[in-house]
Unconditional design. Structure first.
Length: 139
């Protein structure tokens, strides 16, 4: 039996701050933004609210290449994947039918059922790639 989460002022503050953030942000970054705005919210509360929002599908959650959990307000319902720029943080939600098929095949071949997975692809977006090429050419 699942219990509904109480919609406290702290949870609502985290939801609103997440919605006004551009791209993915860490719990620490969101906490800092809230505190800078005068909120008395605690860091542990921010972590709990973000984790809960992610579980309930109201927030996307991913792990950065450095291993830090990052969050953003979810703009798509259901299972999806991301392309994420390592430089500027631009994030694009993508369909990945080939990944879904691959995950199912690998799980099945190894006797697993009900596979779940997380796939986020990190790289450089078009603009950051152009800047990197320009910087290399002028070096």
């Amino acid at each position: 039996m699942t219990t509904a989460k109480r919609n406290t002022w702290q949870r609502e503050a985290v939801r609103e701050a997440l919605g006004s953030s551009d791209g993915f942000i860490s719990a620490q970054g969101l906490y800092s933004n809230l505190r800078d705005g005068g909120s008395p919210i605690g860091l542990a509360t921010v972590y709990r609210a973000l984790a809960s929002l992610a579980v309930e599908g109201e927030a996307d959650s991913l792990q950065s290449p450095e291993g830090e959990a990052l969050y953003r307000a979810c703009s798509t319902t259901g299972h999806h994947h991301h392309l994420i720029c390592r430089n500027c943080g631009l994030t694009v939600e993508i369909e990945a039918d080939a990944v879904e098929e691959w995950a199912q095949q690998v799980a099945s071949a190894n006797g697993f059922t009900e596979p779940q997975h997380v796939v986020d692809v990190f790289g450089l977006c078009r603009d950051c790639s152009a800047q990197a090429r320009s910087a290399q050419a002028s070096a």
